[in-house]
Design a protein around this ligand. Structure first.
Ligand code: AMP
Ligand code: ZN
Length: 137
C-alpha cells in the first residue's frame, strides 16, 4: 500500500467525500474545511507537485477546478473563492501529492495570506523576466 495519503484516497483505501472525478482527477472535500464547501482537486496518478505534472494532468486539473468552482459558487453562494496551491514545504505544502484548494471566501473569514510587495524598478522586472525566458526557450 502506498504511504501517500492522496494515493490511498484515489485507490479507495481510505475514506474520502468525493464530489467529482474524471480520468485524470478527483475532487473531494478537504477534511479541514477552512470554510464550508472547501474542496481539493487532486491528480489521480501521483505527482509530487506542479513541476511534476504532464500536459494532460495540467489540463485536466484546470478543467476540473473551473467546473467544481462553479458548482461551489452555485451551492454555497460565497462572497469570493480563493484558488490556493502549494509546492514545497517552504510554500506551506503538507501533502506531497499535487492538489489545488478551492476555498469559498467570506468577508473577515480569518483566512490570511500576507503579500509583502517589493515594487522593484522596471529594470529589475526585466532582469527577472529574462532569467525565466531563458529557461522557457
Ligand atoms: P497543503 O498540502 O498545505 O495544500 O494541504 C493539504 C490539505 O489536505 C489540508 O488542507 C488538509 O486538511 C487536507 N487533507 C489531509 N488529509 C486529508 C484527507 N484524508 N482527506 C481530505 N483532506 C485531507
Ligand atoms: Zn500520491
Amino acid at each position: 500500500m502506498s504511504d501517500c495519503v492522496f494515493c490511498r484516497i484515489v485507490a479507495g483505501q481510505i475514506p474520502s467525500t468525493r464530489v467529482f472525478e474524471d480520468e485524470d482527477t478527483v475532487a473531494f472535500m478537504d477534511i479541514g474545511q477552512v470554510n464550508p464547501g472547501h474542496v481539493l482537486v487532486a491528480v489521480k496518478r501521483h505527482a509530487d507537485n506542479l513541476y511534476a505534472l504532464d500536459e494532460a494532468q495540467a489540463a485536466a486539473v484546470a478543467r476540473t477546478s473551473a467546473r467544481v468552482a462553479r458548482a461551489i459558487r452555485d451551492a454555497f453562494a460565497p462572497a469570493g473563492l480563493s484558488v490556493y496551491q502549494a509546492n514545497g514545504k517552504a510554500a506551506g505544502q503538507t501533502v506531497f501529492h499535487y492538489h489545488v484548494h478551492l476555498l469559498p471566501r467570506h468577508e473577515a473569514d480569518g483566512m490570511e495570506l500576507t503579500w509583502p510587495v517589493k515594487n522593484p524598478p522596471r529594470e529589475k522586472l526585466e532582469g527577472y523576466a529574462e532569467k525565466i525566458r531563458t529557461q522557457l526557450a
